[in-house]
Write a protein that binds this ligand. Structure first.
Ligand code: BES
Ligand code: MN
Ligand code: ZN
Length: 490
């Protein structure tokens, strides 16, 4: 896919599909709509009436581009009332790319043509065109991909406009990488593979990346990661990526931590078959974490960003860890294992303890941590916890700008008793009710007094069907909000 900025007017754009955004405020009076309507001999306004196109955000209307329109087909996308939010602009571009995907070339009206708008449009067409086709052969292999995208800015494009597009692409590439990682089946994405990919991506982005293999993890001291790995034939990996901005004195330091379970069988507390089916996605937190540090580097944000990933699968070989086992952890607390299917919080605990040692301003973890989160919030929304009011407000504001859906849940001390063990410092699971909260309370034991947010992305990281800007399958959920959060720190 090649994206260019074009000075062609919508009427003159020579593309397979022309897409124009229309506000819901008297859409038929919109000067561009009227111009297009004249070009197609009045068919546009008629279709808007017939199809009840009102310009509601995300609403679409398709029409053949007959008459004096150079484009073969025309599509309107509603932008809602008032000046469109970044989320609405993103949806506009995503819908345009999806509609053009099998058609060839796309002409996308740039609306106000501002840099902010262009960055979001560049991002949206790139994430909107995303498809995971790695394993298709023959007839299933997509024949036509979205080829050329012309963003119609109306005049001669400026250098600033070009930079804006490039920044949108940098972000989108990181989101799409996260999606690829989530979509890759567990037989092709072991902890070793994940670490290799992180290393290669880090090299390309010009940032640091240190990989710890099993021996190095033992030496480093991550007993809980090793406990989860015990039942596996595969080695674990601990990944530490570092982006340090150039020429910035004392930048804020943010450490992202991701759950990197390349497959979660449940271990000895085996999952039923249906619940196990999608468990290749249990490394989505790591995908978001890796995507975020790469995006921060590509965007040259003036923030020091670390990505930490504890990676293994959760299997049940003869040496698998057992319910009732007790292990030490990186920060010294001992943990009694209750249910081997609650493996994510163990891997995160050691990684969070490592994060605190980096003396960060903020620690942010992403994890597909609990099924209970889906029960509480449904598939489209992530849970957000934070031990600091200002961080919580900042992260919520970032989510407002990204359009990704989060909901704040409480670190409810009333549930803390459930983690009391009669044999060790901590039990690692509580009762069924409030399972998302007790998981967060367990993690809190490992962050010391760092400002910390925990994002349970079990629902929205992988979807059964297209929803809003998100594709079916891996979504890369969380990367855009994380970048918005980092941007908000400067
Ligand atoms: N990876 C799962 C959580 C999950 C479930 C993610 C569904 C995405 C979709 C996690 O490791 C897990 O198995 N959690 C258990 C915890 C329980 C044993 C306390 C769960 O949610 O059942
Ligand atoms: Mn599990
Ligand atoms: Zn898991």
């Amino acid at each position: 896919m090649k994206i260019t900025l074009s000075k062609d007017s919508p009427v003159n754009a020579n593309v397979d599909l022309l897409v124009v955004g229309v506000s819901s405020k008297r859409p038929a009076q919109d000067p561009l709509v009227r111009k297009l309507d004249r070009a197609v001999g009045g068919a546009l306004v008629t279709a808007m009436k017939d199809e009840e196109f009102k310009g509601k955000a995300g609403q679409t209307l398709r029409l053949p581009g007959s008459g004096r329109l150079k484009a073969k087909k025309l599509m309107l996308v509603g932008l809602g009332d008032g000046s469109p939010s970044a989320a609405t602009l993103r949806l506009y571009a995503v819908k345009a790319a999806r509609a053009a995907a099998e058609k060839g070339s796309l002409g996308l009206h740039a609306l106000d043509g501002s840099e902010d708008t262009l960055a979001v449009l560049g991002e949206g067409v790139t994430t909107g065109a995303y498809k995971y086709t790695r394993y298709f052969t023959g007839a299933r292999k997509p024949k036509k991909q979205l080829g050329r995208v012309a963003i119609l800015v109306g005049g001669r494009p400026t250098a600033a406009q070009r930079r804006a597009i490039a920044s949108g692409l940098a972000l989108a590439d990181s989101v799409n990488l996260a999606r690829d990682l989530v979509n890759t089946p567990a037989n092709d994405l072991t902890a070793t593979n994940l670490a290799d990919i992180a290393q290669a991506e880090a090299k390309e982005a010009g940032i640091g990346c240190k990989i710890y293999d099993k021996r190095a993890i033992k030496k480093l001291g991550m007993p809980l990661l090793l406990a989860v790995n015990q039942g596996s034939h595969e080695e674990p990996r601990f990944i530490h990526m570092t982006y340090k901005p150039k020429g910035v004195k004392k930048p804020p330091r943010v450490v992202f931590v991701g759950k990197g379970l390349t497959f979660d069988s449940g271990g000895l507390c085996l999952k039923p078959a249906a619940a196990m089916l999608d468990m290749k996605i249990d490394m989505a937190g790591s995908a978001t974490t890796i995507g975020t540090v790469l995006a921060a580097a590509r965007l040259r944000l003036p923030i020091e960003v670390h990505a930490l990933v504890g990676s293994t699968d959760n299997m049940n070989g003869s040496n698998a860890y057992r319910p009732g086992d007790v292990f030490p952890s990186r920060n010294g607390k001992t943990v009694e294992i209750i249910n081997t299917d609650a493996e994510g919080r163990l891997v995160l605990a050691d990684a969070l303890a490592f994060a605190t040692e980096l003396k960060p301003d903020y620690v942010i973890d992403h994890a597909t941590l609990t099924g209970a989160c889906l029960v509480a919030l449904g598939a489209y929304r992530a849970a957000m916890f934070a031990n600091d009011e200002e961080l919580l407000a900042d992260y919520q504001a970032a989510a407002e700008r990204s359009g990704e859906d989060f909901w704040n849940l409480p670190l409810d001390d009333d549930l803390k008793d459930q983690l009391k063990s009669s044999i060790a410092d901590l039990k690692h699971t509580g009762a069924r009710y409030g399972g998302t909260i007790t998981a967060a309370l367990f993690l809190r034991e490992f962050v010391g007094d760092c400002k910390w947010a925990h994002l349970d992305i079990a629902g929205p990281s992988y979807l059964e069907r297209i929803h809003g800007i998100h594709p079916k399958g891996g979504t890369g959920f969380g990367v855009v909000t994380a970048i918005e959060f980092l941007r908000g720190l400067t």
